[in-house]
Design a protein around this ligand. Structure first.
Ligand SMILES: Cc1cc2nc3c(=O)[nH]c(=O)nc-3n(C[C@H](O)[C@H](O)[C@H](O)COP(=O)(O)OP(=O)(O)OC[C@H]3O[C@@H](n4cnc5c(N)ncnc54)[C@H](O)[C@@H]3O)c2cc1C
Ligand SMILES: C[S@@+](CC[C@H](N)C(=O)[O-])C[C@H]1O[C@@H](n2cnc3c(N)ncnc32)[C@H](O)[C@@H]1O
Length: 666
């Protein structure tokens, strides 16, 4: 494996003579010495009474732990070990931790090797510790029993982005004297915002001003005897938001969580492409029963049916909602792929985006300034050629952790979860709400029913009343399959310009993809194969030669076409669905004054959700969107910042239309 030296983005660590990690930036230790496990257990686990609380969880119960300072993950691993030992089967642990300087994978290996007693948990963390970049990074362990959401960035910037509630806090951000920024009233106000009465807290420090500031934030604090090097430590419990502080911001009603009392954890998911399979899988991992209805004989027969799709990151240097979603989604998909077969189901061979003109080269230089080099870096032409294994017309931007995926393999793996019943040849023609159930009908036949339904049929979601007004557009695209040759085996990485070409999978390269905004016909055309071959020439005439393109007969070119499904702002549409007429009535005041926030709760279509609009990057956005839907449904912390969830929310269009005076009331 290619390993980059750790970049400034990573923690700068010195190892002392005992082999313990020491932070160069903070001049402090990550943990004391061999007694660190006992300290973690005493300070964080016992002060939060986790053994009892894990043991008392319901069969579908969940406990959310929040931490400041993930460091080596030792506290997380200890909490997980205890959870595995004493929580009932079916209960879940959700751990959210914030970290400004994540350890490089090499340093994490070295630090965690100190604790062989945690080996099964450590091994899982290390296996999934890939593509850990800024923002929200979600990990799923133990078939979904344990979720870790790492917020990579400064605690004071990241904590305000969380939409969720924490049951127990671990405050572990180096000593207050060495790192006062982790112990400020602003940060404690965030802890209070995310706490409910009864939320507990443990910290190794007993510093007076920390205790007083936590008290001022609404926690009752108590000094208790410490352990090892600590004479005294603190425990606390949250009482209430302080009466004299202005109330924290809450979401406006159109983005607030629907409070649907759930009678039964059973959902219908309509459509078994990347979006539907991901949603079904995220729910199934949480113990839901899922009926996955698909009109074709098997999953991934439409847009998600290409032999190879690329993990292509179209980022912005300005941290837009889309860029944040892409970075979080890339990390999540990349970790998910660790569960699949490398070589046939996917390959992390890297992705090279060529700097094919000056404008693109400038854009790439800006991205290289904005992001860490282990995510992306600019390559000069000769280095790019040596990594790609072929001659190129320019250098470009290289994503070492990118690669290609066989989307049907990901869909099939997700849909094979035992809690999912895949119903092929089930074309849903009508969806009706009766007696608290969504009923999926095919003309006269009732196909399935459940209290919750998720629309995941790409642009065809508009056939159902709740989604009929969504501005989804279909864009036809065609890929060309090219047989591998002895010479094309040299291609080692995905290369993209206007189109893309991937190293061969099972003897074939995928070359993609055309864009046609007008055609409704999915029969592959020779004209589009030829335009794909033109894109190949533009990527590399050397590769085109290696693939003997000049000798191919146009009429014999093979490939497939499908529809992408995009929204006007290129963000997917993910979340709960409201009744559009009632929405316009309830919030009509916004047409006159867009700053108003009326009291009326949003007129949700109870139990109806959507996961669609993934455009050209479903591999990156659809899996995390499955987690987002599951988080909405199970009232969990969201896997993305609240602002990103709002940017993807189905209500955004109705809201914009209302404000622009375009929505008619019923
Ligand atoms: C040519 C091309 C190249 C692409 N390249 C890439 C790439 O390199 N990287 C990348 O990330 N993305 C790529 N994409 C985009 C990616 O494929 C899509 O974003 C993704 O597949 C969308 O998944 P989906 O589940 O939303 O839609 P789909 O895969 O279209 O799935 C929708 C499913 O719903 C079913 N369905 C619809 N209505 C009903 C109903 N009423 N009843 C029952 N079933 C129903 C359909 O049969 C279908 O199986 C490409 C797309 C195309 C077309
Ligand atoms: C004592 S270590 C945490 C040890 C860790 N809990 C463990 O189990 O290994 C403190 C961590 O806080 C992180 N940190 C310090 N200041 C921060 C900030 N402002 N925002 C986020 N993380 C910060 C450090 O990088 C370091 O990893």
């Amino acid at each position: 494996m290619n390993r980059l030296p750790s970049s400034p983005f990573h923690a700068q660590i010195d190892w002392d003579e005992q082999g313990l990690p020491h932070s160069r930036v903070f001049d402090d230790v990550y943990f004391s010495d061999e007694s660190a496990l006992n300290e973690t257990r005493h300070v964080f686990i016992e002060q939060n009474q986790l053994q009892r609380r894990f043991g008392e969880l319901d069969a579908n119960g969940r406990l959310v732990i929040g931490e400041t300072g993930f460091g080596t993950g030792l506290n997380f691993l200890c909490a997980w070990q205890l959870f595995a030992a004493c929580a009932p089967a079916g209960a879940r642990l959700h751990f959210i931790s914030v970290e400004k300087y994540p350890l490089s994978p090499a340093d994490l290996h070295r630090a965690l090797a100190l604790w062989p007693q945690l080996a099964p948990f450590t091994d899982a963390l290390l296996k999934h510790y890939v593509a850990v970049h800024e923002g929200f990074q979600r990990f799923v362990f133990d078939q979904g029993r344990v979720t870790l959401t790492l917020l990579i960035g400064d605690a004071l910037e990241q904590l305000p982005l969380i939409d969720g509630q924490v049951d127990a806090w671990f405050l572990d951000g180096f000593a207050p004297a060495k790192n006062p920024e982790m112990w400020t009233p602003e940060l404690f106000a965030q802890l209070a915002r995310l706490s409910a009465p009864g939320t507990t807290l443990g910290t190794f420090t007993s510093t007076g001003w920390v205790r007083r500031a936590l008290k001022a934030a609404g926690f009752t604090m108590k000094r208790v005897p410490g352990i090892g090097h600590k004479w005294e430590i603190l425990r606390g419990v949250f009482d209430a938001w302080p009466a004299d502080a202005p109330a924290p911001d809450t979401a406006p009603p159109w983005f607030a969580r629907p409070r649907t009392p759930l009678t039964e954890r059973h959902a219908l998911v309509i459509g078994a492409g990347l979006a539907g399979c991901a949603t079904a899988h995220s729910l199934a991992m949480r113990g839901w029963q899922v009926s996955l209805l698909e009109r074709h004989a098997q999953p991934a027969m439409e847009a998600s049916g290409n032999p190879q799709g690329v993990l292509y990151l179209k980022l912005s240097a300005h941290g837009t909602a889309l860029s944040q979603l892409i970075l979080s989604g890339f990390g999540y998909t990349r970790r998910l792929l660790e569960n699949l077969q490398r070589g046939t189901d996917w390959d992390g061979c890297g992705v090279l985006q060529l700097a094919f003109d000056d404008k693109e080269a400038k854009r790439q230089a800006q991205l290289a300034d904005a992001f860490a080099p282990d995510l992306l870096r600019v390559l000069e032409q000769t280095e790019a050629e040596s990594i790609a294994g072929i001659s190129l017309g320019s250098g470009g931007l290289y994503f070492p952790e990118g690669g290609w995926v066989h989307p049907p393999a990901l869909c099939r793996w997700q849909a094979s979860h035992p809690n999912i019943q895949l119903l092929p040849h089930h074309a849903v023609l009508q969806l009706q709400r009766n007696d608290g159930q969504w009923q999926a009908w095919d003309g006269e036949h009732l196909l399935a029913s459940a209290p919750v339904a998720i629309l995941a049929g790409a642009a065809d979601v508009r056939q159902f009343a709740g989604a009929a007004d969504l501005p989804l557009k279909r864009i036809r695209g065609q890929i060309t399959r090219l047989g591998q040759t002895a010479q094309s085996q040299a291609l080692h990485t995905v290369v993209c310009a206007e189109g893309y070409v991937a190293p061969a999978r099972e003897g074939e390269h995928t070359l993609g993809a055309s864009f046609d905004f007008h055609s409704d016909d999915l029969t592959p055309t020779t004209a589009e194969h030829l335009s794909n071959l033109d894109m190949l020439q533009a990527i590399s005439s050397d590769l085109a030669e290696r693939l003997h393109v000049g000798q191919l007969l146009p009429a014999q070119l093979q490939g497939r076409a499908a529809f992408r499904c995009t929204s006007p702002d290129y963000l997917p549409i993910v979340g709960p669905v409201a009744d559009s007429r009632q929405f316009a009535e309830a919030y009509s005041i916004l047409a006159k004054d867009a700053r108003q926030i009326p009291d009326q709760p949003c007129p949700w279509l109870e139990g109806l959700y959507i996961n669609s609009g993934h455009g050209s990057r479903g591999l990156i956005t659809a899996p995390l969107s499955g987690e987002l839907i599951a988080a909405w449904l199970d009232d969990e912390p969201l896997p993305v910042p609240r602002s990103v969830a709002e940017a993807c929310h189905p209500n955004r269009f109705a809201l914009r239309n209302l404000i622009r005076g375009k929505l008619k009331q019923g």
